[in-house]
Design a protein around this ligand. Structure first.
Ligand SMILES: C[S@@+](CC[C@H](N)C(=O)[O-])C[C@H]1O[C@@H](n2cnc3c(N)ncnc32)[C@H](O)[C@@H]1O
Length: 281
């Protein structure tokens, strides 16, 4: 999948302005943010990029006297992650119970769950706040013999942990073929045999049997658009865990879920990223 790299130059270039740029850009489909000199670099799937919406975000920027400019270029679609993985992907331990690391990491901490991930181009090493918050939810959840759907599976890190925690069967879906291929590799690497990986989006859910648990770490707008299709695949008592949005987006996500017949249970927060849990009534 092709990504665009958008460099936002901010004036003044400070944490407040840069945080607001990231939050607003996250709302319109941008996926990852890296601080750079003079501002922020952000990545978005080419298919989701809409110049008019971005221009509107900038012209209605809510901080008085702040100015934001941007440039766009195509992100290289090979070997980003290979470099990043070698140089920056360090083993991570979540909740003292789950260690995520790559095959080239040696002497990693011994924990109850050990997940091997070779992420290549796919999102999901456990380092992002949204992934680690959902991992913490899954570590608390009773998944034994539950059917689980992981929407927007990325590396399938969440599907793999669900399976390790007793979920069966597990379905992992992603719209990106890199993620589907990477998921298949990671599933074999972890010797898991009950995860089915599919390429596509929420339209694949039409007519499926309900899942006991649905996980979706994507972004605010896709979740809002796809929640009716998730709800159609839930029964009374099914749990829905979602992340990929900010704490300030919780009310709109909650209203949508409640209109679809779900009860809000709680949320977690990490660096302003939110993870929420709902149960279908
Ligand atoms: C934030 S990443 C999460 C990856 C992984 N689940 C995790 O928690 O680390 C979001 C993933 O959703 C996928 N995605 C984006 N839009 C989607 C859609 N409409 N349906 C399914 N997957 C989607 C992206 O390709 C990406 O892999």
């Amino acid at each position: 999948m092709k990504y665009l790299e958008v460099t936002f130059t901010t004036h003044p270039c400070n944490e407040t302005v840069n945080d607001v740029v990231s939050a607003l850009a996250g709302d319109i489909g941008f996926e990852s943010f890296v601080e750079c000199e003079g501002g922020i670099q952000a990545y978005i799937q080419q298919a989701l990029f809409n110049k008019e919406v971005l221009d509107e975000m900038i012209s209605e920027f809510p901080i008085p006297n702040a100015k934001v400019e941007y440039t766009v270029k195509e992100a290289e679609d090979k070997n980003w992650n290979e470099e990043w993985e070698k140089n920056f992907f360090q083993p991570i331990v979540i909740g003292d119970r789950c260690c995520i690391h790559s095959t080239f990491h040696k002497d990693t901490p011994k924990t109850e769950y050990e997940i091997l991930i070779n992420p290549q181009m796919a999102f999901g090493t456990g380092h992002h706040e949204t992934t680690s918050s959902i991992i913490s939810e899954l570590l608390d959840a009773d998944l034994k013999d539950k059917s689980v759907l992981d929407m927007g599976c990325g590396t399938s890190i969440l599907a793999i942990l669900a399976s390790m925690r007793g979920a069966n069967p597990v379905t992992a879906i992603d719209i990106d073929d890199w993620c589907v291929n990477n998921s298949k590799d990671n599933i074999i690497l972890n010797q898991i045999n009950n995860i089915t990986v599919e390429l596509g989006d929420a339209s694949l859910l039409k007519g499926r049997k309900p899942f006991d648990v649905i996980i979706a770490n994507i972004n605010r707008n896709i979740l809002l658009a796809d929640m009716p299709q998730y709800a159609a695949c839930m029964h009374a008592g099914s749990e829905l865990y979602m992340s990929g949005f900010y704490v300030q987006d919780i009310p709109v996500i909650r209203e949508k879920a409640e209109n679809l017949g779900m009860k809000f249970i709680h949320y977690r927060e990490k660096n302003n990223w939110a993870a929420v849990k709902f149960i279908m009534l």
